[in-house]
Design a protein around this ligand. Structure first.
Ligand code: HEM
Length: 247
């Protein structure tokens, strides 16, 4: 269900199915979580849900609805994004074999390679914002109270910010991408996502010495406007390319 939710911004049959599935499971999830919340309220446990139930600011606690919304945000925002980051990394390595060789020869470049994947194939392509005041952008004015869609994926390829922006370069430094957003509401899970990617990709590259796109089966992008990544990425394991050191 979560994976399909990304499709809801398109308008085809698949999107219709995803919305219907989402509507069907929402009450189920609600009942399930409300029961868990009651359980955590009764007996303290060392987990995230208990902390949300017990969190208090100036005597105010979160309502059940707020906790439900937060947990839904964590599930969708924390799972699908990182899954796409991993898939996008594999795709970037397949498309740029010389960069992969470079990474295998210098494994300490992995964190920098992950930042470049985040920039080059940003898992989240835009985030909605509402203007609280008139905002001037490049000589034009967006009036207060308007809904705008800042294009994260486009900003991350801005030639005014990134030299040779269309090139995938795992040594790019500095790399001031905004794949995790910007400002007060920038991604709460960014350190976790980076950690997950470092563990998963190091493990993948260690175990799989060679891989390529299965040429008879093309990869397919997700039919989603906001979430970017392959919906299908058939790869074939190969004996591996010769490099000076291995990851
Ligand atoms: C590659 C993985 C991820 C990407 C690309 C990503 C991207 C983003 C973006 C673009 C935003 C919006 C920022 C803004 O509006 O300025 C955001 C917000 C958020 N993300 Fe992530 N995210 C990722 C992983 C995660 C993970 C693993 C978690 C938690 C388990 C998480 C939790 C959140 C939360 C709670 C917010 C809302 C923050 C707020 O409104 O204050 N994200 N993320």
């Amino acid at each position: 269900m979560i994976l399909k939710l990304a499709n809801t911004f398109t308008r085809d049959e698949e999107a219709g199915r995803a919305v219907a599935e989402y509507r069907a499971v929402t009450p189920e999830m609600r009942d399930f979580l409300f029961a868990l919340i009651a359980q955590r309220g009764a007996a303290h446990q060392d987990d995230l849900l208990t902390r949300l139930v017990e969190a208090e600011v100036d005597g105010d606690r979160l309502t059940q609805e707020e906790i439900l919304g937060f947990v839904q945000l964590l599930l969708v925002g924390g799972q699908e994004t990182t899954a796409n980051l991993l898939n996008n990394a594999v795709l970037c390595f397949i498309e740029n074999p010389a960069q992969l060789d470079r990474l295998r020869a210098a494994p300490e470049l992995l964190p920098s390679a992950i930042e470049e994947v985040l920039r080059y194939r940003s898992p989240i392509q835009w985030m909605p914002r509402a203007t609280r005041r008139d905002v001037e952008v490049h000589g034009g004015v967006i009036p207060a109270g308007k809904l705008v869609l800042p294009m994260v994926g486009s900003a991350n390829r801005d030639p005014n910010q990134f030299a040779d922006a269309g090139r995938f370069d795992i040594t790019r430094d500095p790399n001031p991408h905004i794949a995790f957003g910007h400002g007060t509401h920038s991604c709460l899970g960014a350190p976790l996502a980076r950690l997950e990617a470092r563990i998963a990709l190091a493990d993948f590259l260690e175990r799989v010495k060679g891989f390529e796109l299965a040429s008879d089966e093309p990869w397919e992008p997700r039919k989603a406007l906001q979430v970017h990544g392959p919906s299908r990425l058939p790869i074939r394991f190969t004996p591996g390319r010769r490099v000076t050191a291995s990851l």
